[in-house]
Design a protein around this ligand. Sequence first.
Ligand SMILES: C[S@@+](CC[C@H](N)C(=O)[O-])C[C@H]1O[C@@H](n2cnc3c(N)ncnc32)[C@H](O)[C@@H]1O
Length: 345
Amino acid sequence: MFVWVTHQVAATRWLKAELAERAPHLRFAFARPGLTTFRVDGPPPTGAVTMPTAFARAWGVSLGRGQVPEVLAALTPGAPPVRLHVFERDRDQPVDEQDPAERGARAATVAASLRAAAPPGAFHDDERARPGDRVLDVIVPHGHDPDEPWLIGAHDHDATHGPWPGGVTHVPPPPEAPSRAWCKIEEALRWADLEPAPGEIAVELGAAPGGASYAMLVRGVEVHGVDPGEIHPDVRGFAGPHGNRFVHHHLPAAEVPRGALPRRYQWLLNDVNLAPMVAMKYIERFVALAHGGLKGAVLTLKLNDDGVVAALPRLRERIGKLGARQVRITQLPSHRSEVVAILTW
Ligand SMILES: C[S@@+](CC[C@H](N)C(=O)[O-])C[C@H]1O[C@@H](n2cnc3c(N)ncnc32)[C@H](O)[C@@H]1O
């Protein structure tokens, strides 16, 4: 059996090293930029395929390579509809430097041709996977690449997977977003299938200039942003239809007095540009200050060199002690040298 994983091109070396350590039964098979496959030695594992690395964005079993006829051959006649996910593997170029008209265009064309060729009812109409869905993954190169065969794969959707094609695709920022951190938080929420609700409260550590806070404000969430840096005026002065607003704690995270924070808050975001082990000290403090009210945390962790990657096991252990019910770690399309840990309680 072969399994596949999609990821950022720049993370390939780290992904392979982490899997060699944590999943030695996976034997490297072949790779294209942003797509790595492994042979599984021995009998197929029972239960879902797991991909224990911080760099995996989507994964599943491989059904082989091909084009429209091979994808159609992977469908079981008369079976319930499957969820069709067609997506492009990552390119070796930051998403915000890619041509937005080109990104995703190939996947959209392929998806349309598959839907047109498949028998009626073969696919669900929409893309968002629900727990228990069988997902048919078709991984295509972007428009620049030669017309190589697609990789055809499958996975059973559960809460470890992102519900969108490829887990999540890049979410371009609106023109008024004060920073690209808007994309990071929106992609994280989509990948983890989380929806902060109007009336809830978030605390963000490292909030300036305010891209992620702005995304939360637009969702109707009140945001307490902690940062000694300056906040964009549109964020500072935000007045949402839900009466929610932004409160700036104009201090380093260690100096915020507990009395200045709401007694309970539901969301904790971290984006401080500090080494992850240093950021963890503040994260631990702000998890405790939420008094058990947290629903979720979206913690961006900077990976500036190989040393930090080597420290991932210790970091995982420390994150595990925060008491969340589930911890998921991934690298999103908008990330540069960073990954995100998403915790839910
Ligand atoms: C990547 S930027 C944050 C971007 C921001 N999340 C956004 O949405 O626009 C990192 C921020 O961390 C802040 N920072 C660094 N050390 C900090 C600390 N000890 N406490 C709070 N903020 C800190 C910096 O001032 C900087 O504004």
